[in-house]
Design a protein around this ligand. Structure first.
Ligand code: HEC
Ligand code: HEC
Length: 234
């Protein structure tokens, strides 16, 4: 199961690489290709490029990523650590703005590239590992309070035991508070209308103002999980 999932994740990373997402922001240097290959399978490379850390901090961060499922040989680990500790050291020059930040109009499909490593391009997720969004987002939106909750998941993430269409999940959904209100509204509208999904009747597309209204609540993943239990999803 785990190997199968890693194969998928690697394939999708290759697609992401091919599309050239955010690569420009990563400085040149030995080990750069390896970082691109290994560090954007679960999240956008922007997670890495925005950081400036000491060697010790990068070291423990790589261990943290390995606990999430990152697979590295000892040689790969050393090469990545050396790259990060020198090219993304405290005081290293700030990265150029990423494509999404520079864009004036935001494309939800493009923002969804942050999600495909886990929820897959077809929104089906991976049974028991990543919940589906296809056929599921409208259920969340139809629940009382579901619309606000969906924005909260995007901002703050979710962690802990949940059940979706009878299947159980207990993973980590990262929060995306670093994305702009426009990007979050765009990706919400994307997942609400793709793969046969549709907004429940009477609901209009997500707006930036709606996303802004949920910012600043600073919810923990535990609070987001507790709020999910109030939605009555099954
Ligand atoms: C198997 C999936 C996976 C891979 C591969 C992965 N990460 Fe992560 N990473 C995560 C998750 C999940 C989070 C979000 C954790 C959270 O929100 O607390 C994260 C968050 C981060 C963060 C933000 C740190 C923080 O505490 O908020 C950084 C920086 C990061 N990753 C760097 C890397 C680097 C560098 C690599 C490659 C060496 C990498 N990641 C590969 C899963 C992964
Ligand atoms: C590192 C893998 C990963 C990434 C990247 C990721 N998710 Fe998730 N997502 C998860 C996991 C795992 C869960 C379930 C968390 C749990 O088990 O508590 C989840 C849950 C969700 C849920 C709530 C489903 C429910 O019924 O509670 C939504 C909605 C969602 N993700 C949308 C997205 C969107 C949109 C993106 C991209 C902006 C994204 N996710 C990126 C792993 C991920």
């Amino acid at each position: 199961m785990k190997t199968r999932y890693l194969v998928w994740v690697t394939l999708l990373a290759a697609v992401g690489l091919w599309m050239g997402l955010g690569q420009n922001a990563l400085p040149e240097g030995p080990g750069r290709e390896l970082v691109l290959q290994k560090c954007q399978t679960c999240h956008e490379i922007g997670f890495v490029t925005r950081e400036r850390q000491t060697r010790e901090r990068w070291d423990s961060l790589i261990t943290e990523m390995q606990n999430y499922g990152l697979r590295l040989t000892p040689e790969e680990r050393t090469a990545i650590l050396n790259y990060l500790a020198t090219r993304l050291a405290p005081g290293a020059t700030a990265p150029a703005p990423t494509q999404t930040q520079a864009a004036t109009t935001v494309n939800g499909a493009q923002v969804y590239n942050n999600c495909i490593g886990c929820h897959q391009a077809n929104g089906a997720g991976l049974p028991g590992v990543f919940p589906p969004l296809a056929g599921h987002v409208p259920e969340i939106l139809a629940a009382r309070g579901g619309r606000e909750w969906l924005i909260q998941v995007m901002l703050y993430g979710l962690q802990g035991q949940i059940s979706v269409k009878g299947a159980s999940y207990n993973g980590v959904m990262p929060g995306y508070a670093q994305l702009s209100n426009a990007e979050l509204a765009a990706v919400l509208n994307y997942i609400a209308t793709q793969w046969g999904n549709a907004l429940p009747s009477g609901q209009t597309p997500f707006t930036e103002a709606e996303v802004q209204a949920q910012r600043g609540k600073n919810l923990s993943v535990q609070q987001v999980l507790a709020a999910r239990q109030q939605l009555g999803l099954r």
